[in-house]
Design a protein around this ligand. Sequence first.
Ligand SMILES: [Zn+2]
Length: 332
Amino acid sequence: MKNIKPLVILNETILPGEKRTIYMEIAKLHTATKLKIPVIIERAKLDGPTVLFSAGIHGDEINGVEIVRSIIVQTINKPLRGTIICIPVINIFSFVNKSREFPDGRDLNRVFPGSKKGSLASQFAYHLIKDIIPHIDYAVDFHAGGASRFNAAQIRIAPHNEELKKLADVFSAPFTLYSKNIAGTFRNACEKRNVKMLLFEGGKSLDINDEIAEQGVNGAKRLLAYLNMLSPNQKLTNETDPSIYISRSSWVRAKRSGLFHDYNKIGCYVKKGFVLGTITDPFGKFEQKVKAPNDGYIINANHAPIVYQGDAIYHISNELGHHDQERSENQI
Ligand SMILES: [Zn+2]
């Protein structure tokens, strides 16, 4: 019964019924400018679990930031019971630079649980795990596809975890992908600390897509309703289709370099041989069709106007088994 008591987090005490924004400070910019990470906490008077909504582990994944911002603006983070903690921009250093990596070139999502005296990214991870995560029961971490790769809205969970599957059912993103936890990720560190985390992927980097953002917000509301934490002032959207579970998928790669024309079948089910797009040269000499290698759902499409031979251009589900199986986030 965590929440009847005052919550002591980052040296501040928050009573039931209180809301507070706390600013985490881990390091300054090279300009000596302070960088603060706002941690927005809302507590109900009634006892209940603690839920974290976070985004921006990768500083260029703006769509996730927009989802957590929307959750705050729509006061979805004001719980009926328990506590909701929102961190819209975890990796504020990369967000300032609009880059995926830390200024030192490290990927924050590969250095968890971090260390007190490690690299800046590692220190960041360490403080997040030490100061925030011990308070959390459930979490949704919002991401977007790397670079120009646009993800259909999807939840990613480790296989063989019935509790997470139940939460993914509740969230009801259009797709749920089974993907193993990768060492060094926030998700892996959370699971080891018994935090039930859903990883949301949707849209692409340096982009805001309203439809994807809405799917993220609606899923968050459904999760809160399931946990009996959604304020009665909030309305749930009408019934959604059950999430489509995908356990096998593979990347379609460009067979040639050239200009890439995507035919926008993201989220659709296509049959083997369906033309997903074309690759052309800039001079009107060749045009090559990119065909679906098997029946499946298109869960990611590359929106780059120019591709090189071997670039991953489509991510397609493949329930029948395929050798080139790559399922982890941005492992392209
Ligand atoms: Zn990410």
